[in-house]
Design a binder for this molecule. Structure first.
Ligand SMILES: [Zn+2]
Ligand SMILES: [Zn+2]
Length: 418
């Protein structure tokens, strides 16, 4: 009975070796069928949802000149277009002018009785005091030039879609489908992403304050214990990596101090808040090699995502963020925080390495709209099969190791930090 177990184990190991051998054989000798898709994507169209498209073309409405328009009016009607006589309690302020034809305030109607919506008498443009251009520039498909249609309005973004059936993007995604996929597409079209889509973000990621503290940061007023006790708590908890409960036990048994594990947790939180401003404003002098990664961990039973952006050479963490969703917002904020550490943004000299997740590409688009252009290198494969992965894998591995360390110590210290 006892001799069979080592025998079976040896057998399993032998089988395992064979599987590995066969697996390597497949990887080396049987090429992936990539030629089929003409698009440069590594994914089947079924997974196009994970891919980011090119930015749309932006057609800015043509600028007009109100003087010319007034002349045309005079020729057509044989009388000039009269300015508006301001009556009522809300005359249009002197500095308001038409964003489209530049007509001065005496040609502008107040449409909403002082609430900021105006109408130009010369060119019929409606506009708003806050965002001077009421009709936003038209978004067009970069593949066929047709105007995009708003398909979904979400809280954080709108989805614009190219619905042109002759669009080259749509046609080539259709062609890339296999027979079975085509059948599935006709019955469940929502599972596929074959049309060009663009996500327009509504929040201004570039105005959100990065460094604000949560309002519940506790004070450092000691009633029951002294700073010395707090120091002991932090030493055991952080330096020795004990859990809050073990720290409590050590304090009681070694130091004779009775303190609850929640109080220890509170000390740790307070210390974290005190350290945060120093961590955030330190002059890191970052190199141009940044690696980004996201991971998730459980906080009080619910999933939270943690984003890190790290200087891969100096090993300093330049940007971080925790969030309850794995979308672009926290990603952009972490990236902004990291880029903030540069005295001068390196632009195209920056080596920004991330995994294949779309958020980084979407974030890159947002930065590009704000004049910050840089390349994102996505290391997708698990092994060094392509040149990109071979060149940049080491960067990725560094941050993945950081994430593992973080997750480990986070679990041990009873999830204090987020
Ligand atoms: Zn006008
Ligand atoms: Zn199109």
């Amino acid at each position: 009975m006892y001799t069979i177990i080592p025998l079976l184990l040896a057998h399993i190991q032998e089988l395992n070796k064979q599987i590995l051998f066969l697996f390597k054989f497949i990887v080396k000798n049987i090429p992936l069928n990539l030629e089929k898709s003409k698009d440069d994507s590594l994914f089947s169209p079924k997974y196009n949802k994970l891919k980011v498209d090119k930015l749309p073309l932006i057609k800015v409405p043509e600028k007009k000149d109100y003087k010319q328009l007034l002349e045309i009016y005079l020729k057509e009607h044989d009388k000039p277009l009269k300015p508006i006589k301001s009556r009522g309690r809300n005359p249009v302020p002197d500095d308001v002018h038409c964003p489209c034809c530049n007509a001065p305030h005496n040609y502008i109607y107040d449409n909403t009785g002082g609430r900021g919506q105006f109408l130009c008498k010369v060119c019929d443009t409606h506009f708003n005091r806050q965002n001077y251009i009421d009709n936003p520039p038209e978004l067009c498909c970069p593949h066929c030039g047709k105007a995009l249609v708003i398909k979904k309005k979400r809280k954080l973004f709108n989805i614009h879609k190219c619905v042109n059936p002759n669009c080259s993007y749509y046609q080539s995604s259709l062609k890339a489908l296999s027979k079975e996929q085509l059948e599935e597409y006709s019955s469940n079209p929502e599972k596929f992403k074959l049309h060009y889509i663009y996500r327009e973000f509504k929040i201004n990621f570039f105005k959100i304050d990065l460094y604000s503290l949560p309002k519940n940061a506790s004070s450092l007023q000691f009633r029951k214990f002294s700073p010395h006790v707090m120091g002991l708590c932090l030493t055991y908890l952080v330096n020795c990596g004990l859990s809050t409960r073990k720290t409590r036990d050590v304090l009681r048994e070694v130091h004779g101090i009775k303190i609850s594990h929640t109080q220890i947790a509170n000390y740790a939180t307070t210390a974290a808040y005190c350290v945060k401003p120093f961590v955030d404003s330190y002059d890191y002098k970052p190199t141009n090699y940044l690696a980004a990664d996201e991971t998730y961990t459980k906080v009080k039973g619910s999933r939270r995502y943690v984003w890190f952006i790290m200087d891969a050479i100096k090993k300093s963490i330049l940007g971080y963020r925790s969030s309850d969703s794995r979308d672009t917002t926290p990603c952009i904020l972490a990236m902004r925080m990291a880029f903030d550490k540069f005295k001068k943004f390196p632009g195209k000299a920056l080596k920004f390495v991330a995994d294949g997740y779309t958020a980084y590409k979407l974030a890159q688009q947002q930065f590009a709209l704000h004049g910050m252009h840089f390349d994102v290198t996505q290391v997708i494969g698990l092994t060094n099969e392509d040149d990109v992965s071979t060149e940049y894998r080491w960067l990725k591995q560094i941050i993945e190791r950081l994430n593992r360390t973080f997750k480990f110590s986070y679990k041990v210290t009873n999830r204090l930090w987020l």
